[in-house]
Unconditional design. Structure first.
Length: 291
């Protein structure tokens, strides 16, 4: 078995889905940098905006392909936006508004986000998407999400997925000043295979697990405001909140750093499960703490 243990601190473990008992033990103490601690408590909309992309947002639509999310600002529109700005022309992209948050909360619409690629935003929100689209069950998805919370992601904030047949787990990732390409590689090539390996070791009734909310990648040119290439991130559904209890639970979800993701074991394909039920031979634990 490959063991990786990370420091964490748990305060008031609140997530949605069935509750777990006592939190995992604390192995050391982390102090959040002062620049990440606001003088007064942020509104939840501001808290979310500080961790999601300002330009890469999405909305769910229904067309001949069914119900699915689309990027509100397309790659072409973003490139044209920066071209106009570089030429001194007025240009605007669609941003998520407070009314959009209200519509999302009340299920008038469903909005999506990508992780924040802006250097001024130190953290990003990441979605662990536990799928049961063609096979699997909500009970199986929740069981796997609870296993991740119990053994690997203390305080993980969990919701039922958009269409009610899967589970969403949200955690916060500290980029430590690294860029989009580096962060996306860790999310998709280290964390996602590691999560899928854990799923293979289970008999939870789940189809797949994916990472959503990767960062858009902007390639800057030599001139001011020059963008030579832009690629959007992968869209993740915004959490549906609406109560102070849920807001507090999201703020207090697991926090991970890119350094911790970089230390995950390299995963090789396993042909058959190691164990039955929701118990894993891979151990890595991260911490959550309230702002």
């Amino acid at each position: 078995n490959v063991n990786s243990t990370f420091d964490h601190k748990v305060e008031d473990a609140e997530t949605f889905g069935p509750k777990i008992g006592n939190a995992l033990p604390t192995f050391g103490h982390k102090v959040r940098p002062k620049y990440l601690t606001p003088r007064r408590k942020q509104t939840i909309n501001k808290w979310l905006r500080d961790r999601i992309s300002g330009i890469d947002i999405g909305v769910e639509i229904e067309d001949e392909d069914g119900t699915h999310p689309i990027h509100i600002n397309t790659n072409k529109q973003v490139m044209e936006h920066f071209r106009r700005l570089q030429n001194g022309e007025p240009s605007f992209l669609t941003r998520i508004s407070d009314m959009n948050f209200v519509d999302h909360l009340t299920e008038v619409a469903t909005f999506y986000f990508a992780g924040a690629s802006e250097p001024k935003k130190a953290e990003i929100l990441v979605l662990i998407d536990i799928d049961c689209k063609k096979i699997g069950s909500l009970a199986g998805a929740m069981a796997f999400a609870e296993h991740l919370r119990d053994h690997h992601f203390p305080n993980l904030y969990i919701e039922v997925s958009t269409h009610g047949n899967g589970a969403h787990g949200y955690f916060v990732l500290d980029k430590l000043g690294t860029g989009s390409t580096f962060v996306n590689n860790l999310l998709l090539r280290s964390l996602q295979p590691w999560l899928r390996q854990i799923l293979k070791e289970h008999e939870c009734d789940v189809e797949n697990v994916e990472i959503k909310g990767t960062l858009p990648d902007i390639v800057w040119g030599q001139k001011k405001l020059e963008v030579t290439n832009y690629k959007s991130g992968t869209l993740a559904k915004l959490p549906r909140l609406g109560t102070e209890e849920k807001e507090r639970a999201l703020r207090n979800t697991t926090r991970v750093t890119v350094d911790e993701l970089a230390r995950l074991p390299v995963i090789e394909e396993v042909k058959k499960p190691f164990s039955k039920g929701c118990a894993s031979s891979l151990t890595a634990t991260w911490g959550g703490r309230e702002e």
